[in-house]
Design a protein around this ligand. Structure first.
Ligand code: IMP
Ligand code: MG
Length: 177
């Protein structure tokens, strides 16, 4: 069996740009008169968050959280831990907008949603760039969604495989050939 891999472009940088602009327009419209706290999920959301905030015309603040899933594989055992969190005071009463690269099984975002809701925010919404609905285990309501991806392993634009390929400007499928 060969272990050679190949990257095939799924969404070009232009398609990503159009999508991020659309998400930003929706967020600008919905948060008029507000000052949301954008919560980026490390590390995958770093590129999306950077591109997104530069198209926001409303005042925003930025924070980061980090999650880790435990279990035998990356398929997720269902145990997701918040390894870098936020203080109760920084969330209480705020309009929180979670920014995440991809929604897959839903285990990470449902855990994060629970974690943040306990800190009594005024509201919590979710913005994702990619949605992989075929692998969902837990239903998660998303407010701003970019593009739907097939049940393949995706890299680029922040998404990694073993910490590699985050810097690719296009979103690619990592194929074994
Ligand atoms: P979930 O808890 O299964 O929804 O997992 C979401 C997390 O898994 C994302 O934040 C990504 O870090 C990672 N992930 C899921 N699918 C992919 C993929 O196709 N490529 C890279 N990372 C992925
Ligand atoms: Mg991630």
């Amino acid at each position: 069996m060969s272990h050679t891999t190949q990257l095939n472009v799924l969404f070009s940088r232009q398609q990503i740009g159009t999508t991020v602009a659309r998400l930003a327009a929706e967020i600008n419209r919905d948060y008029q008169g507000k000052r949301p706290l954008l919560v980026g999920v490390l590390k995958g959301s770093c590129i999306l968050l950077s591109d997104l905030v530069r198209q926001l015309t409303i005042p925003v603040e930025i924070e980061f959280v980090a999650l880790a899933s435990y279990g035998r594989s990356t398929q997720s055992s269902g145990r997701v831990k918040v390894v870098k969190g936020l203080s109760d005071a920084s969330v209480r009463g705020r309009d929180i907008l979670i920014v995440e690269d991809i929604l897959d099984t839903g285990l990470s975002l449902s855990r994060l949603l629970n974690y943040l809701k306990k800190k009594k925010p005024a509201s919590v919404k979710i913005c994702i760039l990619l949605d992989k609905p075929s692998r969902r285990k837990v239903e998660v309501k998303v407010d701003y969604a970019g593009l739907i991806v097939p049940d393949r392993f995706i890299v680029g634009y922040g998404l990694d495989w073993n910490e590699q390929f985050r810097q690719l400007p296009d979103i690619c499928v990592l194929e074994e050939i």
